[in-house]
Design a protein around this ligand. Structure first.
Ligand SMILES: *Cc1c(COP(=O)(O)O)cnc(C)c1O
Length: 365
């Protein structure tokens, strides 16, 4: 019996190979390699899909976060608030741009930033200019509740949509619900490039203008630098062509992922709580479950030839690089989830037989 992998990129690559080769040939024939027609078209198609005025291609999801933060603070400096259980991407982006990071605890059911805990964090610490709310595992966070806490305090809201492309609620799609949205096209995301890529989405022309300038050396026009903190962060033509080909398949891929998660939810023994993903508010990016001892469940799955992983094992404020600064910080819910969460195989190309085997392993735990 073969191993059921957490993810397997080869399957979609094999299936899409000829179409991807055609997209690449189109780029080679065009003679454009950077910021050409594919990139321009992708920006339009992405903006349409998310339901915003502007989508801007950048080099990665982490760059998208950093550029979004910089676009909100023309003067530089200040602090951002985020959850500490979302892989530290917002932390890394903020630190790299010279911003401080404060942490807000998460909701015990959704594992997403808890809007009820946010007011105290914002009032306690001065100089917070933005909250980064991550749609973790693919589930759309309650952005409206976050905005209600932030707006009276003049704090802006960034949505990290790296795991949630295509997820939507009545108010709109992830990436259209706050001041600015950020996306990653890392190969394992629900919309993956054949390498790195990212995007920033917004309805705010000032933010769009600043990101456009910052992502290319701070240029206002060619060779004329208008912004001090500019750098080079571009999405190239080959990646843009891949993303244009794959964007129309996001919806069906997300639906298939949700179906797989629902199967796990139904099959799991009472010792395993599979986090639900039964609606368009979820992209189905990760099938995450909660259990008393995640390492023990991982060992049980491994004996059944089923892969698993942890997203994420170490909260930001307990990372070796930062922990000294946060020694006195307690985030009770975030800390309680450590050792209890486990991600199960979840990608659209899983076979029926593989899904069945994961279900059986979950049922017999
Ligand atoms: C993957 C991911 C990122 C970072 O994206 P990169 O393209 O790898 O830089 C940011 N935030 C979240 C929630 C992610 O899952």
């Amino acid at each position: 019996m073969s191993f059921v992998p957490l993810n397997d990129l080869r399957r979609s690559l094999l299936e899409q190979g000829p179409s991807l080769a055609k997209a690449f040939a189109r780029v080679v024939d065009s003679g454009w390699l950077v910021h050409g027609p594919e990139h321009a078209a992708f920006q339009h198609e992405m903006a349409d899909y998310i339901g915003v005025d502007h989508a801007l291609g950048v080099a990665s999801g982490t760059d998208a976060l950093e550029l979004a933060m910089q676009a909100l603070t023309p003067g530089g400096g200040g602090a951002v608030v985020t959850a500490a259980n979302a892989g530290a991407y917002a932390t890394v982006a903020a630190r790299s741009a010279g911003f401080e990071v404060r942490y807000c605890d998460v909701d015990p059911v959704s594992h997403l930033l808890d809007p009820d805990a946010l007011g105290a964090v914002l009032d306690d610490e001065g100089a917070v200019f933005a909250v980064v709310v991550t749609h973790l595992y693919g589930r759309v966070a309650d952005v409206e509740a976050v905005r209600r806490v932030c707006a009276p305090r003049g704090v802006r809201v960034i949505e990290d949509c790296a795991q949630a492309i295509g997820a939507e609620i009545a108010a709109g799609r992830a990436g259209s619900l706050a001041d600015v949205g950020t996306f990653s096209f890392y190969p394992t995301k629900n919309l993956g490039a054949l390498g790195d890529g990212g995007a920033v989405t917004t309805n705010d022309p000032t933010i769009a203008d600043r990101v456009t300038t910052l992502r290319q050396y701070g240029w206002r026009t060619k060779y004329r630098i208008a912004e001090r903190s500019g750098r080079n962060s571009r999405l190239d033509e080959l990646q843009a062509a891949v993303l244009r080909y794959r964007l129309p398949f996001v919806a069906e891929g997300n639906a298939r992922r949700r179906e797989i998660i629902a199967r796990y939810e139904d099959a799991a023994s009472e010792r395993v709580l599979v986090l639900e993903a039964r609606g368009a508010y979820h992209s189905g990016h990760l099938a995450v479950c909660e259990t008393e001892d995640a390492a023990d469940l991982a060992a049980h799955l491994a004996r059944a030839d089923v892969g698993s992983d942890v997203h994420y094992p170490v909260p930001d404020h307990r990372q070796e690089a930062y922990e000294a600064q946060y020694a006195s910080l307690r985030l009770p819910v975030t800390e309680r989830l450590v050792g209890r969460i486990l991600s199960l195989p979840c990608f659209p190309e899983l076979t029926e037989d593989e899904i069945e085997r994961v279900c059986r392993a979950l049922a017999t735990y």
